[in-house]
Each structure stands twice: as C-alpha cells, then as structure tokens.
Design a protein around this ligand. Structure first.
Ligand code: SF4
Length: 110
C-alpha cells in the first residue's frame, strides 16, 4: 500500500514544517517582554493624565473629575497581558507597560 506510505510521509513533512513555526510563534508574554515601562512624564502619558499610582492623581487637574479612588489599571477593561504581572501592556500606550496600580483618563470599567 504505497498510498499509506505517502500519507505518513506527508504527515511527517507537515510536522517537520510546523515545528519551527510553533517554536517561532512568540507568546503574548514574549512579545511584550521587549516593551518598556511608560514614562508618566512623557507627552502621551501626560495628555491622558497617566499616573503609576491611582492615589497620585492630582486633584486640582481638570481631568481629575473623571477619577474615583477604586479605579486603577487592574480593573480597567483596556488592560492586557498576564494576570499577576505588575507591569502590563495597554493599547492606549502602544509598546509600553503600565503599572496595574496606575490610572489614566480613559479608564473603562469591565
Ligand atoms: S486605559 Fe486603563 S489600563 Fe490603560 S493606562 Fe488607562 S486606566 Fe490603565
């Protein structure tokens, strides 16, 4: 039965082709491992009033009225990444990591 051998060969070739792909496909964690922490003093962070600690939102800032003490990155619908990590990606700040205890003006409840 040569058809059976061909199928086995095809399977082995497919497996040989897929194995490097599986190794080369990075996990979310690996993709974000090159991200740097967002600098709260950077223009983009300042424009959204990002702070690394939700308790440090300046009360006198015009955008501070959007803030309430229980809001933080950890309970924001925008937060991505792995549970348990202190610094995680957020699509509001592409390529950067935000502190799970932080906050910005586009906080969104889950
Ligand atoms: S959008 Fe949400 S997770 Fe991202 S920095 Fe603002 S509060 Fe944090």
């Amino acid at each position: 039965m040569s058809g059976g051998r061909i199928n086995r060969r095809m399977l082995l070739r497919s497996a040989a082709l897929l194995t490097p792909l599986a190794i080369a496909t990075p996990t979310v964690s690996a993709r974000t491992s090159t991200f740097k922490r967002l600098d709260p003093n950077s223009p983009v962070a300042r424009s959204l009033l990002y702070v690394e600690d939700t308790r440090e939102v300046p009360k006198d800032h015009p955008l501070a009225s959007r803030h309430s003490p229980e809001q933080k990155c950890l309970n924001c619908a925008q937060l991505r990444g792995e549970a348990g990590e202190t610094w995680r990606p957020c699509p509001a700040f592409a390529g950067r990591l935000v502190n799970v205890g932080g906050w910005c003006t586009i906080w969104q409840g889950r």
